[in-house]
Design a protein around this ligand. Structure first.
Ligand SMILES: Nc1ncnc2c1ncn2[C@@H]1O[C@H](COP(=O)(O)OP(=O)(O)OP(=O)(O)O)[C@@H](O)[C@H]1O
Ligand SMILES: [Mg+2]
Length: 218
């Protein structure tokens, strides 16, 4: 079911949103229907949840509430956007998904990983990506990129950018653990590469992994 669902993961500023836009464009040029979406967000209710979760003023959110908000947003997003898109044969590219919850709320916050996996199972109804692109980058570099972007952006998002460097190192370590656990699904890319280098590595992988009619795959 999730065979044409691809997720993009990695720390703040690792280049997910930059990459996903280019991948979507490249696939659309080939005549493939692409649904580009993100978490938190991806649908109107998910967007409201996103505003709560990423608002830098909401520093009082406790870890378990944060976890449940992510799960609630995901449940809505999967049913409203992801499943219908997959059912009509679209390729779905999702900017962050279940692995973010394991990396941030599990390894970053220290919440129980088994519990998080169960919650992800409830939230997704078992819809998992066939391949996940993990953009790996030292947090010092990623935060530098993200902060320069936050300063120029007008939005209020940025709650995670304010976390300590130690937190971000735990998140990165968490992603490594996830990649080691599921090496066939998780495709790690060195995000220190140029945007073009990251894009090329992704396209090579995704074109081989997608299930689309042959005439549109080349
Ligand atoms: N490979 C790259 N090399 C150098 N800079 C990059 C690269 N990819 C993206 N950037 C720049 O880094 C900044 C952050 O990139 P981007 O917004 O795509 O990251 P992100 O992973 O989506 O971050 P977040 O998790 O905060 O949403 C942007 O200014 C972008 O132009
Ligand atoms: Mg982004």
């Amino acid at each position: 079911m999730g065979r044409n669902l691809f997720s993009f993961e990695g720390g703040e500023g690792s280049g997910k949103s930059t990459l996903i836009l280019k991948v979507a464009e490249a696939l659309r040029v080939k005549g493939i229907e692409v649904v580009l979406t993100r978490e938190p967000g991806g649908c109107p209710i998910g967007q409201k949840v996103r505003e709560i979760l990423l608002d830098a003023r909401n520093s009082e959110i406790v870890s378990r509430a944060e976890l449940l908000l992510y799960a609630a947003g995901r449940a809505q997003h999967v049913e409203e956007v992801i499943v219908p898109a997959l059912e009509r044969g679209a390729v779905v590219l999702c900017d962050r998904y279940c692995d973010s919850t394991e990396a941030y709320q599990g390894y970053g916050r220290g919440l129980d990983l088994t519990l998080i996996r169960e919650l992800n199972q409830i939230a997704t109804g078992g819809i998992y990506p066939q391949t996940t692109f993990l953009l790996d980058l030292p947090p010092e570099i990623g935060l530098g990129r993200a902060l320069s972007r936050v300063e120029t952006a007008s939005g209020k998002e940025g709650r995670f950018e304010r976390e300590s460097l130690r937190f971000h190192h735990r998140v990165r370590f968490g992603y490594w653990q996830l990649a080691a656990r599921e090496p066939r699904r998780m495709f790690m890319i060195d995000a220190r590469l140029s945007p073009e280098g990251v894009f090329e590595a992704t396209m090579k992988k995704i074109l081989g992994a997608m299930k689309v009619p042959r005439d549109r795959a080349v």
